[in-house]
Design a protein around this ligand. Sequence first.
Ligand code: HEC
Length: 155
Amino acid sequence: MISLKNAARILPVALLASCGGGAQPGYVPGLGEIMSLQQMRHSKLWLAGKAANWELAAYETDELEEGFADVMRFHPIHKSSPAPLTSMIPALMDPPIQAVRSAIESKDAVQFGVAFQELTSQCNDCHQATGFGFNVVVEPTTNLFANQDFRVRGE
Ligand code: HEC
């Protein structure tokens, strides 16, 4: 329980923080944390595409985009990036994400494979550009999510 005394202390801070745009007061996810989520979504997108589960693939693409929106919101600039992340991300990620989307819409496995490769290579281009070239993203070789079924399920 929050006592009345503590509430009086916490509330103004919470109100101030919530005016900032609706994030949880006080909590700012680190860039590395958001990137770890991006890594998971990148992997799930691949697994969904491989299973021709286009509905799930579209969902994971949305999640990936939301993750990059979070990066730009919480980390518009980065100390070792040659340009603001708010310009790096649209420049590097929009074209491959569009290509992934169009492959999903046309349910085209071959096109999906090509677009996914392009996406992955652009992830790495940004890591190179920002001095994190040692973080190398690749196509997943295995399903690490034993508790999720990536196949299309019947009704
Ligand atoms: C705008 C540039 C940029 C783009 C685009 C980008 N990254 Fe990153 N990524 C970074 C930076 C900078 C770091 C290091 C963050 C830190 O730890 O401060 C990072 C770190 C990572 C890490 C390491 C996290 C950890 O803790 O092990 C992974 C994994 C990762 N990114 C995956 C991805 C994937 C997958 C994509 C593409 C879907 C992607 N990144 C696109 C800039 C980018």
